[in-house]
Design a protein around this ligand. Structure first.
Ligand SMILES: Nc1ncnc2c1ncn2[C@@H]1O[C@H](COP(=O)(O)OP(=O)(O)OP(=O)(O)O)[C@@H](O)[C@H]1O
Length: 291
């Protein structure tokens, strides 16, 4: 079996009394696109920064591309792409110059102009970062993270501030990286993004991994489908685990069209919100028991 890209075992990070990461176990396979979701303050960035080698852990074992990131050297850095939050903000270099400069640190970099095109910045190649919009600057940050052709790339909230078209373009870039065999770890607050891109999703709440599954696997945890229709001028709605049986019943009652029929499968957002709600309820119970 090949070594996973990332292996985390019983990871803890404490800031004083706060357990920002509270016993996370996780393996991410090579070539996988993995999305880490969770509410603000859940511990996503802390976890990712430990994996990037930028933050010291309190305890636990971490291996990234076979190396403990806390003791990583330049050879390891070359294999790992990191999207820093708006690194490009205060650069005196143009977008193309910044990419060229960064690409020189790598032995097999991507073509700079192709990378600019992949993030939709060709027209802004000669612009200085401070003249770019927030979304464009973030696209440059993404380009800087991938120009070195890393084996593994960390993208922390990569599409925050992107317009819908830029987000679709970013999704295409991720698909292209996936085809290249790049392992991708991204954090996001956009559930549709995780649903669209990720092979697996990890949901983290209060420093603990509360779910780990494929998008389809997560969606299937919500059993109830919403069926809405109109009966005798009154809007009706039912949540059911057996929508087909309900539809048969309705068809028998309505020989023609069922008026205003709507059948809605639960979304990933429904499942996410219910998991986060359960995690908060469990944390509150634990706190009360500890008192
Ligand atoms: N340097 C620090 N010192 C003290 N507490 C910190 C520090 N960095 C983060 N925290 C706390 O640790 C917790 C986890 O923060 P983290 O940034 O990992 O969350 P996150 O899931 O990335 O949130 P967001 O979605 O808002 O980016 C938060 O309660 C935060 O306030």
């Amino acid at each position: 079996m090949t070594e996973p890209a990332i292996r985390i075992s019983d990871l803890h990070k404490h800031y004083g009394d706060l357990h920002a990461v509270d016993g996370v176990d996780l393996e991410i396979t090579r070539g996988e696109v993995f999305a880490l979701l969770g509410p603000n303050g859940a511990g996503k960035s802390t976890t990712v920064e430990i994996l990037e080698g930028f933050r010291k852990r309190t305890s636990g074992d971490v291996s990234v591309l076979g190396v403990d990131p806390h003791h990583a050297d330049n050879a390891w850095r070359e294999r790992v792409g990191v999207m820093l939050q708006s690194t490009s903000e205060r650069s005196a270099l143009t977008a193309r110059e910044a990419l060229l400069h960064t690409s020189r640190y790598y032995s097999r970099p991507r073509d700079v102009d192709q990378t600019l095109a992949a993030v939709g910045l060709t027209e802004k190649a000669d612009a200085k970062p401070q003249t770019l919009s927030g979304g464009q600057r973030r696209r440059l940050d993404v380009a800087l993270a991938v120009v070195g052709r890393p084996e593994l790339v960390f993208l922390d909230e990569p599409t925050t501030g992107f317009d819908p078209e830029a987000r679709r373009q970013f999704w295409q870039l991720i698909e292209a990286l996936r085809v290249d065999g790049t392992t991708i770890v991204l954090t996001t607050h956009y559930l549709d993004e995780a649903d669209h891109l990720a092979d697996r999703i990890g949901i983290i709440a209060a420093g603990r991994l509360v779910a780990l599954d494929s998008p389809a696997g997560l969606r299937s945890r919500a059993s109830d489908t919403r069926v809405a229709w109109n009966e005798g001028g009154t809007a009706r709605e039912r949540l059911t685990g057996e929508p087909t049986a309900l539809l048969r019943e309705l068809l028998a009652r309505h020989p023609g069209e069922i008026p205003h029929l709507e059948v809605t499968r639960p979304t990933l957002e429904d499942v996410y919100l219910s998991l986060i709600g359960e995690a908060h309820a469990a944390a509150t119970r634990e706190e009360e028991n500890a008192r």
